[in-house]
Design a protein around this ligand. Structure first.
Ligand code: UDP
Length: 409
């Protein structure tokens, strides 16, 4: 785990925010927390816990991070459950349920739950709640996934566990469900000190452009996304073509995940076919360790587009706004939470709309700049890791001292 301090963020968020975090932590001094998820590396949840847990400890809130163990069969089942929560049809057999329950219970036999607050992330360790009566803890279920239209059978099974928790946290109002327990909105967040988001030397940005053979002769419109149809890369090319009739520019479509994902490779090939050898369209297949390159590509862009057809939250939007870029996003999933039209970016609903906005922003650089600046401030307020930290501290306060009134903002 990285050793970071809350003070490291002071130059970015200011001393008041840091002071507030210390004050909030002071009020719940002595609270001991356990976070449980299913992986220590890879994926957004592990990425956030890698920062959140040391920062909570740094604030004096003793926080332990446990990773649930399981065999191959367990993780096959949990992957199926995950896909089913995204709406996929699966056959949810009795055997699958047994594997899921047995592995959770085996983990429970080997754990100590003497903390005051236990936060269970996502469905994999959800059955830990069976130990609730043996503890004095408050139990929180943090759901990071889009469960707006789940497979009903799988959701009904999980719901029985979710409703035993004291509260549930969701990343978007669209993902919350009718539940008998209180729910809170917890936006995901980006880390301004990570390689993906930290400031870069202009020389490094130029090197990355050279490495990918992208000349700086024209405005650059970029979408960073896995090659997935739901990210609508073809729609982005169509919008670019409409713009191109009026304004000369380059298009960068950069993403990974194609080599190990047969569908990704298919989509990548569709994109290459659609690009039809246009030398101003740069299709970049990125390896998984490309944080600095993605950072540089975002910073080198004139406009960032995120034309998803469906989207969980769309972290790429906050990443781009943080870099003060004007962002054009399709109005789906968590994108409208980040883009306030004409204030922090442009929301669109079609290829034509995207093309219109690209043209507009390319020909109004002063407005584009203003949107980027406002976007940066908005991300600073809502979507930085320090805000996640603040939300957890407030939540712990509400759970730990329910008799004290505190206004949630
Ligand atoms: N990303 C990456 N490599 C890629 C494409 C995307 O590291 O080739 C990053 C991107 O910068 C962002 C995350 O992966 O941090 C994607 O999150 P988002 O919520 O935008 O979409 P998801 O891929 O989770 O649907």
């Amino acid at each position: 785990m990285t050793s970071i301090r809350v003070e490291d963020y002071e130059p970015i968020v200011g001393s008041q925010t840091i002071e507030e975090l210390h004050l909030l932590a002071e009020r719940i001094r002595g609270t001991r927390v356990k976070m449980v998820n299913s992986t220590a590396v890879g994926g957004g949840v592990a990425e956030i816990l890698n920062r959140l847990v040391p920062l909570l400890n740094n604030l004096g809130i003793s926080t332990q991070w446990e990773v649930i163990k399981g065999g191959e069969d367990f993780f096959e089942v949990t992957k199926k459950i995950h896909n089913a929560l995204h709406g996929e049809k699966i056959s949810f057999t009795q055997r699958m349920k047994e594997i899921f329950l047995d592995e959770n219970r085996e983990n429970l036999r080997n754990t100590h739950l003497d903390q005051n607050i236990i936060v269970i992330h996502d469905p994999q360790p959800i059955v830990y709640i069976e130990a609730k009566n043996q503890t004095a803890a408050k139990w929180v279920w943090r759901c990071h996934i889009d469960i707006s239209s789940p497979n009903e059978e799988v959701w009904a099974f999980l719901k029985g566990y979710v409703e035993q928790y004291d509260t549930a946290l969701f990343s978007s109002p669209r993902f919350s469900k009718g539940l008998s327990i209180p729910q809170f909105l917890f936006f995901p967040s980006i880390d301004p000190l990570s390689d993906k988001n930290r400031d870069l030397e202009p020389k490094f940005i130029d090197q990355v452009l050279e490495q990918f053979h992208i000349p700086k002769d024209k405005p650059i419109v970029t979408q960073i996304s896995r090659f997935d149809r739901l990210k609508d890369p073809i729609g982005v090319i169509q919008a670019y073509r409409m713009v191109k009739r009026h304004i000369d520019c380059r298009l960068v479509l950069a993403g990974g995940g194609a080599s190990d994902d047969p569908e990704g490779e298919l989509v990548l090939n569709e994109v290459i076919t659609e690009a039809d050898g246009d030398p101003n369209i740069h299709i970049l297949l990125l390896p998984p360790t490309s944080s600095l390159e993605i950072n540089a590509l975002q910073r080198a862009s004139t406009i960032i587009i995120q034309k998803s057809i469906r989207e969980g939250f769309g972290l790429t939007v906050s990443e781009a706004l943080w870099k003060k870029k004007p962002v054009i996003g399709n109005a789906v999933g968590g994108i409208p939470a980040q883009i306030i039209p004409n204030f922090t970016g442009s929301l669109v609903y079609s290829v034509e709309g995207a093309a219109y906005q690209i043209r507009y922003l390319l020909s109004h650089p002063d407005i584009a700049q203003k949107l980027g600046e406002c976007g940066h401030e908005y991300v600073k307020e809502e979507f930085l890791i320090t805000q996640t930290l603040r939300r957890y501290l407030l939540l712990f306060h509400v759970l730990y001292h329910p008799q004290e009134r505190i206004i949630f903002v």
